[in-house]
Design a protein around this ligand. Sequence first.
Ligand SMILES: [Zn+2]
Length: 233
Amino acid sequence: MAENEILKDIFFIERGYLNANHFVYRSNAPILIDSGYVADVDETEKLITDLGVNLSDVSLIINTHSHCDHIGGNRIIQQRSDCDIALHAVGRHFIDSQDDWSTWWKYYNQEADFFTVTRSLADGESVAVGPHEFEVIYTPGHAADGIVLYNRREKILISSDTLWENDSAVLTLAPQPTSLPAAIISCAQQLWPGRDLSQLSTALVVPQDLFREPDADIQIAGILLASPEFQLR
Ligand SMILES: [Zn+2]
């Protein structure tokens, strides 16, 4: 397998600030997990095309949450491919109601475009990325609609922004409390509500954080959490 291939035909793409790392499943019906930041969509297309995937062929985008750096390519890709887009039900509500605070677009003065969510994801359900089954685990905190994706067979966790390298459950608060949106406050209140991921026997965690060293490769990015002492609460 190629160095950036985390499972057969699923490729990890690392990006720089402000952008989220994302994944491409290469097949006749390609699937993307997150789509980067809107301003970088041309580069996103090039990186995906370089893997042999045409954006107009994309069948599904799965978003780990609706922050602008994870959904920025959604609209353009959906316009081109008419693909399905799946989000946690809370994120679907944010997008359907065109809530650009909860999505952090306004909050960080960032850009993004709304799109059509065609599928809601719920905690505990399974989502297929080709032959690879991922369990949806709802992890509100960093984002009210945050999920991580766990492939139980191969013990691979796509941890999104829920779990970063040597860090966990990052929650950013507004510098001006008076402008703190209610949805962000509710995120804080929801931080890890009884969620215990320690039952996961994890061989590889692929985080999608923004702040890793630019030259870090997937070997460094993947945090090995096979240790039985590892507990995340
Ligand atoms: Zn985020």
